[in-house]
Write a protein that binds this ligand. Sequence first.
Ligand code: ZN
Ligand code: ZN
Ligand code: FE
Length: 762
Amino acid sequence: MTDKLVGRRILVKGIVQGVGFRPRVYGYAKESNLTGWVCNSSRGVEIEITGEETNTAAFIQELKTTPPPLAKIDSFEVVEIPAAHYPDFRIVTSLAEPDEFLPISSDIATCPDCQNELFDPSNRRYRYPFINCTNCGPRFTIIKDIPYDRPNTTMAPFVMCPDCQKEYENPTDRRFHAQPTACPVCGPKLRLISSQGELAAEEKVIQKSRELIKAGKIVAIKGLGGYLLACDATNPIAVETLRSRKKRSQKPFALMAFNQEEIENYCNIFSEESELLHSIQHPIVLLKKKITNEITEHIAPRQSRLGFMLPYTPLHLLLLEPAADFPKVLVMTSGNLSEEPIAYEDSEAFDRLASIADAFLTNDREILMRTDDSVVSVVDHHPYPIRRARGYAPAPIHLYKSVPTILATGGELKNAFCLTKQRYAFVSHHIGDLQNYETVQAFESGIEHFEKLFRVKPEAIAADLHPNYLSTVYAQERSHKDNLPLIGVQHHHAHLAACLADNGWKSEKPVIGFCFDGTGYGADSAIWGGEVLVGGYKTYARTHHLSYMPLPGGDAAIQRPYRIGLAYLWKAGIKWDIVLPSFQEAEENELTILLKLLEQGINTVDTSSMGRLFDVVSSMLGVCQRASYEGQAAIELESIIDPDEKGFYDMIIDGSVINIPNLLNSILQDIQNGIGVAIIAAKFHNSLVQLVDRLSLSLAKQFDTHTVALSGGVWQNRFLLEKSIGLLHDHGFEVLIHNQVPTNDGGISLGQAVVAAALLEK
Ligand code: ZN
Ligand code: ZN
Ligand code: FE
């Protein structure tokens, strides 16, 4: 006797589209002798089944426990319905429902199966640069709307050939409903062009591109999220040419090698770093340099780490395919001029990159959303994001609870915005520094795209307190236009809250936050940045901060650490002296003007910035006097540390003020005593570690908490971070650090959103 037939309706939410979910459902349904259907909708994947009771239960169990590897199930709802009479089990057309939404998959690096096919001469996609399948390929960068189906992507204009169509429709094929499916017959095609026109016939494009790179030329390559600029990393002339054309004098370049073995010639790779390099995201991983030579110094001057990634598209694999006479490592840097956003549209790229690239390796698949490569480190055995973009965005951050729908516009540098809906926070991909027209355009169109893609209509807007940030200006205009409440969130409170949300922090207990960064608008209108805050999502108390020190000439001074150095020394009562490297850097008349500014307080703001303190120490030690990119002075100071030095300076705390003049005097004494810069740099870092620990111990008692959060751009300093975590752990603290969004300003929109959510709560 057979069981009676039962019916079930199932809704699966989460990242369930574009990841091979429906074929898996189809396969399980067939195995369990079920009839019914499965389809994508704007809510997720919807399933109806009829079958024997034990079989339906087994099906549900199997789907829950063994979903396809790339799927991320957030909820799994099962409803009993009457058994129906279906002829078989089918995959049916997707349903679009106007108000529903679901998270969508990020772009995924070429999978091992596709890699094998790419280099298999018997495969019909042999050496086809757009090979992909259900388990890999473009997603976020080509999707115009949900549900994720081919007509809603930039693959829509490519009509599938009969062979591709057959694979696309066959539930047992790896390409079943793989939306970007393509082959040499029907898919996108490469072109190699320069101002002279086409440089090679289609089948010779890769070969010709390789010849150009080998000859020291710079080739702009259209990838997943935009154009990258490539050149031979082992050719110093090519690298210098790229630097001068791109107007990027010293900031490190990212590198790409064909496989890990090549990278190991330059860097040490730990197992977690290797996992990250090979992960489905294939980010740029910051790796400890093994050797310093002419090559590494051109790529990343005075850095202890190099940023490496593995090829993440079939095109990259073909370009970097090992050959005796071809460079083993290529520079792969964003296709832009200096700080502008990455170029992603063809005409725009030809225009903007004309003065940089010798040739353009392009194709006819349109990129819908520009996305940079992500940058990640491994800290404490976990990924620690520095730039969150390709491969990660727009996957949501899961919030500790359901929140109102809020748009948070983020900061100014390294901007990323955030939209919340229910328990999701959609933190955007890295947008860039909102300091030029192109980036502001990218910011505005990005918000529009996310609101459409995730069916979000904000109920409130959260923004930084800084009146001049373009993200704040946008928030004000938008709040006015749409009549929405505008909630200002203090910059460092946003850092603290971002770190809490990043860790799914639920408790009402206050947390001790060390919010260390370069610049953030303070509640008292001073520039904050060395802040100790105790609080949570809703409120905070500023228990301690660094002494207010003068920052003459505002933002312009940031490019000249020696000027900040002189200003801090003046405030600390230290005479400007010829033995001081900061003094040696300044010109005679500059000193006169600077002194006047300081004495009369003209064009000078007060700051408690931790980032500026690093600039000052870096300048005092003669490490970096002029910075050509954000954080340079601090990064170079960290890179010279003597790791064996255990000494530190005793820092004085007067009430709520951490005494900086006193610290500078101690450092000066060491300089005058002829102590080496590597020792002093280490002692300076160690002092901050001690400070964090000491304050944590006293604040823990005062506020009855054992949790410490570390957030802000200064925590990109690994020495400081790892030592602080170590000491805090020794003293029994729970330490929260970022793991999904960057610790720098790329993470603050998440913090703004959750603070606003807490404030909106009745
Ligand atoms: Zn694949
Ligand atoms: Zn085809
Ligand atoms: Fe910040």
